[in-house]
Design a protein around this ligand. Structure first.
Ligand code: UT7
Length: 348
């Protein structure tokens, strides 16, 4: 396989003035999403653990979540979301150079779920791999693909965030079982000479907090043996309150970093699309950035926290509902296990 940048002109490239003219931008040309049909409401969760619809809505903003049925996997939703994004972009699967899929719930430890999606799509020319950055995964993927495109190493790429978190949720633990949902979102990113597109991306990690939010079992520290199952190590383990406080601080920092990098302020943002984990986190950041309700896109009441899928799922919904206009400035902001946090600024 050989990546080439068709715009690259060896005769002009050494002339500084012409080099500016050859600047390649990475532009989102299509969005897509997919969620399972099955819906689990807060009332359904009241039947599983000692909780209430009122507690879940007040503390999180979540009213329902979509849950994968038997026979549905991360690759199922990733493929559907990708097909929708490709259709909107008018890009055929065999034109793709790259498929980057962010997930913490892959179909298998290996091969990468991205390879299963590549096969489903028949995207025969695309290199495909997964990345693991939990809820920041989609923006990590977008940052990576932006660099591939800006350097001319790829022309057309898919970035997907996809999760089936319901299979690593302990449905007897009220601290976590009401929070998460399943689904996928995807974007097509293409090389473009149009100055619109991804303006900047910013990614950060702090591994010293790795054990605040993690899945203790099924990796090689606690392999998938009976003890791992008996001790419930296969499930999400989260110190919610600590994560909450760090999320607000890190997401504010990442958002301000993206604005500063582009000499913009909160009032320049048309749409703020944050990771959808908790309504109170989103409101706190919106307030710190001086945003009004109209600027902030929220859909977590219907999907819960879908980790790496949450931002592309929200983006697709905002896009298809006509909320995003040509030339709009969109700020993305995420936070997740790792700990990881990230932001991106896009001119639509
Ligand atoms: O996506 C990656 C990043 N993840 C996040 O950003 C999640 C961040 N964390 C959160 O969203 C919130 O911390 C939670 C929603 C997880 C929890 O809300 P909280 O306001 O931080 O509650 P808490 O953990 O401090 O718990 C308060 C009380 C506890 O009872 P006691 O110990 O005070 O008696 C919990 O046992 O609420 C109790 N509680 C519940 N009560 C009813 C916890 N979960 C539930 C529940 N229903 N589902």
């Amino acid at each position: 396989m050989r990546f080439t940048c068709n715009n690259w002109n060896p005769i002009k490239s050494w002339r500084p003035v012409k080099k500016v003219g050859l600047m390649v931008h990475a532009k989102i040309t299509g969005t897509g999403s997919a969620v399972p049909d099955k819906v689990l409401t807060n009332n359904d969760i009241e039947k599983l653990v000692d909780t209430s619809d009122e507690w879940i809505i007040t503390r999180t903003g979540i009213k329902q979540r979509h849950i994968a049925a038997e026979g549905e996997y991360t690759s199922t939703f990733a493929t559907r979301a990708a097909e929708n994004a490709l259709q909107m972009a008018g890009v055929k699967p065999d034109e793709l150079d790259l498929i980057v899929l962010a997930t913490v719930t892959p179909d298998f430890p290996f091969p990468a779920t991205a390879c299963l999606v590549q096969n489903n799509l028949r995207a025969s020319k695309a290199a495909a791999f997964d990345i693991s950055a939990a809820c920041s995964g989609f923006l990590y993927g977008l940052a990576m693909v932006e660099k591939f495109i800006r350097t001319g190493a790829a022309r057309k790429a898919l970035v997907i965030g996809a999760e089936v978190l319901s299979r690593i949720v302990d449905w007897t633990d009220r601290n976590t079982c009401c929070l998460f949902g399943d689904g996928a979102g995807a974007v097509v990113v293409e090389a473009s000479e149009d100055e619109k597109g991804i303006l900047s991306t910013h990614i950060h990690s702090d591994g010293s907090y790795w054990d605040l939010l993690y899945q203790p079992g099924t990796g090689n520290r606690n392999p998938a043996v009976r003890k791992t199952l008996d001790e419930k190590l296969i499930y999400i383990n989260m110190q919610g309150n600590e994560v909450f406080k760090l999320a607000v601080r890190a997401m504010e920092e990442a958002a301000l970093e993206a604005l500063a990098a582009n000499n913009l302020s909160g009032s320049d943002i048309n749409i703020f699309i944050p990771h959808q984990a908790n309504r109170r986190i989103i409101d706190a950041i919106g307030k710190r950035l001086g945003l009004n309700g109209e600027q902030v896109f929220v859909n977590l009441e219907r999907y819960g926290n879908t980790s790496s899928a949450s931002i592309p799922l929200a983006l697709d919904e905002a896009n298809r509902s006509g909320k995003i206009k040509d030339d709009d400035i969109i700020l993305f902001d995420a936070f997740g296990g790792g700990l990881t946090w990230s932001s991106a600024l896009v001119r639509w």
